[in-house]
Write a protein that binds this ligand. Structure first.
Ligand SMILES: Cc1cc2nc3c(=O)[nH]c(=O)nc-3n(C[C@H](O)[C@H](O)[C@H](O)COP(=O)(O)OP(=O)(O)OC[C@H]3O[C@@H](n4cnc5c(N)ncnc54)[C@H](O)[C@@H]3O)c2cc1C
Length: 411
């Protein structure tokens, strides 16, 4: 790596690969439902609409998964972007428990869809090991593990030797112990996007490449203007996450794009069989070893002064990538040489309180959700089902009140 640009033999793009492009089909002038955005939320929403007997049109400006979903770390977590103990303090025990339960439902629903639709996405329910670096973290971890276990997601606090038993390479001296989250799973993000898209299409979703330029309409009918014509629909779902400001400015101003960076190392002998995290920098690092032995590792935003907040651009930077390369050698001195094969970045979408927003826009018969703050895989399958229900005129789950944007607007 030299100066501000990245060089060498690494592939500039996600290790997960690029899902197939969308066909440039002629757009209809009307559709039973329109979903904007071909990430996990848009795909899940369209999938659940199709399961309810509607034939939705999904519009994506790029490739499916071109946003955060096809560029992420491949964790299917539980809980939100806010740690459960912090949520208990902020919202109270009952509300935090409700949110945790919603993410556990998401996890079960995702697994059920993966199995029922036979999505070949390397789904691995192997749990997640967080490495504690010091006594302070160890003590805080004990409280978190206790609360999570009591509230329905078994989490074990591990000694250093128990932690060593779960890792296939010698722990470095900084690691004092760990936390093991049993309900977290791993997936291959690219294959998940492709598989869910195929299942959705099989059930009647039309997937098309088009950029939505603006939305207008009246109660009962949304008019979706695209670069390839106007589509009218009585049911609109907007699932554009970090791009929300471009289509729904009122909601979009509550969401800040944040660049997340990742790299992949060439296959090494099996060292990590669970998802992994450690707070090496304050914004936390995460990694998983894939079935072929490659290691996908992300994080290190904290090495940049602005933590890459406000950045939607997907170009990796020298400083963060250099920091990412140091994470594993710093924690595991015996891991051996690692060779970078891929480098990429993706657009996360943060809200001020790190919980997503989900809102109805009655003047256009539209619903929208986004702002998953780097943890969307823990909610988007269940929120896709909820958005489909709402678009069909059904009552939403009462727990969705936690995502109402009024909490951020102060109204
Ligand atoms: C580097 C990184 C690592 C992450 N790791 C994890 C993880 O391991 N686990 C986890 O839970 N979460 C993770 N996340 C977050 C998670 O990936 C997201 O929360 C989730 O994918 C959001 O899904 P989405 O469908 O809402 O948005 P996206 O996947 O961003 O999809 C939005 C789509 O809308 C399209 N679009 C935008 N504007 C328009 C328009 N005008 N017309 C048509 N289409 C449009 C975009 O092209 C995009 O494809 C990570 C994110 C990043 C960036």
């Amino acid at each position: 790596m030299k100066g501000d640009t990245l060089s060498g033999s690494t592939v500039p793009g996600p290790w997960w690969g690029e899902p197939a492009g969308l066909d440039p089909i002629a757009l209809p002038t009307s559709a039973e439902a329109v979903v904007v955005g071909g990430g996990i939320l848009g795909l899940a929403s369209a999938y659940w609409l199709a399961r309810a007997g509607i034939r939705p049109l999904l519009l994506e400006q790029d490739r499916l998964g071109a946003g955060a979903t096809g560029r992420n770390g491949g964790f299917l977590p539980i809980g939100t972007a806010v740690d459960h103990d912090a949520l208990v303090e902020r919202l109270g025990r009952d509300a935090a428990r409700e949110l945790l339960a919603l993410t556990l439902e998401n996890r079960r629903l995702a697994e059920a869809v993966i199995r029922e639709e036979e999505l070949a996405c390397d789904f691995r329910p192997v749990g997640h090991l967080h490495l504690c670096l010091g006594e302070v973290e160890q003590e805080a971890g004990a409280r978190l593990a206790g609360l999570l276990t009591e509230d329905g997601s078994r989490t074990d606090q591990l000694t250093r030797s128990e932690t060593q038993g779960m890792v296939g390479t010698l722990l470095g001296p900084r690691i004092t112990g760990g936390l093991f989250f049993r309900d977290i799973a791993l997936v291959h993000s690219g294959k998940l996007v492709q598989g869910l898209a195929t299942a959705a299409a099989r059930r009647g979703v039309t997937l098309a490449r088009a950029t939505v330029q603006s939305i207008a309409g009246r109660p009962g009918l949304a008019e979706v203007r695209t670069n390839r014509g106007l589509v009218s629909t009585p049911r609109l779902i907007v699932a554009v996450n970090a791009w929300m400001d471009q289509l729904l400015p009122d909601l979009g101003r509550l969401i800040t794009p944040v660049r997340g960076q990742v790299l992949a190392f060439a296959p090494v002998p099996s060292a990590f069989r669970t998802g992994m995290t450690a707070v090496v920098t304050p914004t936390e690092e995460y990694w998983q070893q894939t079935l072929d032995g490659s290691i996908i590792l992300g994080g290190c935003r904290a090495v940049r002064e602005d933590r890459d907040e406000g950045v939607r651009d997907c170009t990796p930077t020298v400083d963060v990538q250099a920091a990412l390369e140091q994470v594993l050698p710093g924690l595991f001195p015996h891991l051996g040489p690692l060779q970078v094969t891929h480098r990429w970045a993706g657009p996360m979408a943060f809200t001020a309180d790190r919980l997503p927003v989900l809102a109805g826009i009655p003047q256009w018969s539209a619903w929208a959700a986004g702002g998953f703050s780097g943890h969307g895989m823990s909610l988007t399958m269940v929120l896709g089902a909820q958005l489909a229900n709402l678009a069909l005129g059904q009552a939403g789950d009462p727990r969705l009140r936690h995502f109402h944007p009024s909490r951020l607007r102060g109204t």
